[in-house]
Design a protein around this ligand. Structure first.
Ligand code: KIV
Ligand code: ZN
Length: 388
């Protein structure tokens, strides 16, 4: 079976930057956009041009420097938004306008205070107006996750008829279960006329911790674009994490799906975004967290030292981390201590190891983590340095 590509649409600079306190200036955005382009991202959502003069400028400048990726600007289904986005994108080699509107009853009744018929009219207008500027128009059905499938299918059909090239099916509130989200994508594939001519896109939020699982379910059911951010940053609990999607396809080749992302750049990219935004990556974050390849309990350390694959399902080098770490704590065993002692220059005999291990535990019960300098000190205390 042929492997099929899933396009990576990065929205770190738009949905990601909506996080309070994460605002970037244009130079920081240019640096990140350039690195995303180099890493192999297919579409960079550079911003929401009508939202502020600064965002307009950023989208315009990013459009000038990006070499390979499509550059995308977000709009509401509003004429002026679309006009401003088209202006900001005019220097892009491959421009895309991303326009849309809420389609769930909750959005229609409470936020937009209108009717389904009016939504359909606005969809037709927004997509065709965007199409008058650019060939590549992505339509989003905001809160598609909670939109009735039959109405969503109607909306999608109108967007296709009006010229949309990509249909974004956002689980805006992070509500869906993977099975449910996957079934929604399948339903659209089976019930929307002309669907074979467009790309279906997953845009999942992480309110229940299922953004990545939902995006994968979408792709397994036929979506061929995933919208995501570096480190999974974004509104509230965040978006699908780019690094997770990339590594899931890499580690599960039987899915027959792949991305063009150079995974070796993931760790550095994560740091760049975290440092630029001042947004700390949780240590246990999948793929890019400080502990993602760190082993601290004795049982795990013994297994990893004997064979890395016992407790690691991917090679740290594949995500740009030089090696896994064996962290010494009071939960560590002799194997880990001997391993780390050897790394700092001590080849301990069994008798010596017993002696040092006893002292090590006393030390580790006081200190959270035993570092290389501490190992020297412990060996000195044990008075066996001269024998080594
Ligand atoms: O979550 C969402 O619905 C969005 C849209 C604006 C694409 O971010
Ligand atoms: Zn979003």
């Amino acid at each position: 079976m042929n492997r099929e590509k899933v396009q990576i649409f990065d929205t770190t600079l738009r949905d990601g930057e909506q996080v309070p306190g994460c605002k970037l200036d244009t130079n920081q955005k240019l640096l990140i956009a350039n690195r995303l382009d180099e890493m192999g991202v297919d579409i960079i959502e550079a911003g929401f041009p009508v939202s502020s003069p600064g965002d307009f400028l950023s989208v315009k400048e990013i459009s000038k420097i990006v070499k390979n990726a499509t550059v995308c600007g977000l709009t509401r289904a509003v004429k002026n938004d679309i006009d401003v986005a088209a202006e900001a994108l005019k220097f892009a080699k491959k421009p895309r306008i991303h326009t849309g509107i809420g389609t769930s009853d909750s959005h229609i009744i409470h936020k937009l205070q209108t009717t389904r018929a009016d939504i359909i009219d606005r969809v037709k207008f927004a997509v065709s107006h965007a199409k008058s500027y650019v060939e590549d128009v992505e339509f989003y059905a905001e809160d598609a996750g909670r939109t009735a499938n039959d109405f969503l299918a109607r909306v999608c059909e109108e967007a296709i008829k009006s010229g949309a090239t990509v249909l974004n099916i956002p689980d805006t509130t992070g509500y869906c279960l993977p099975e449910e989200y996957g079934a929604k994508i399948k339903y659209l594939r089976e019930n929307v006329k002309g669907i074979e001519n467009v790309i279906l896109s997953c845009h999942c939020h992480n309110d229940l911790g299922m953004a990545t699982a939902n995006s994968i379910a979408g792709a397994v059911n036929g979506a061929r674009q995933i919208e995501c951010t570096i480190n999974g940053i974004g509104e509230r609990a965040g978006n699908t994490a780019l690094e997770e999607v990339v590594m899931i396809f890499k580690q599960h080749p039987y899915l027959n799906l792949y991305t063009d992302i150079d995974s070796k750049q993931l760790n550095e990219m994560s740091r760049l975004v975290s440092d630029s935004m001042g947004m700390i990556v949780q240590p246990n974050k999948a793929i890019v967290g400080a502990n993602a390849f760190a082993h601290s309990s004795g049982i795990h350390q013994d297994g990893v030292i004997k064979n890395r694959s016992t407790y690691e399902i991917m090679d740290p080098l594949d995500v740009g981390v030089n090696e896994s770490s064996i962290v010494l704590t009071a939960r560590s065993g002799r194997a880990a201590l001997a391993y780390r002692a050897k790394k700092v220059g001590y080849e301990l005999s069994k008798v010596q190891l017993d002696l040092v291990y006893f002292e090590f535990l006393r030390f580790a019960d006081i200190k959270k983590e035993v570092l290389d300098d501490d190992i020297h000190q412990i060996i000195e205390v044990c008075n066996i340095q001269s024998e080594l």
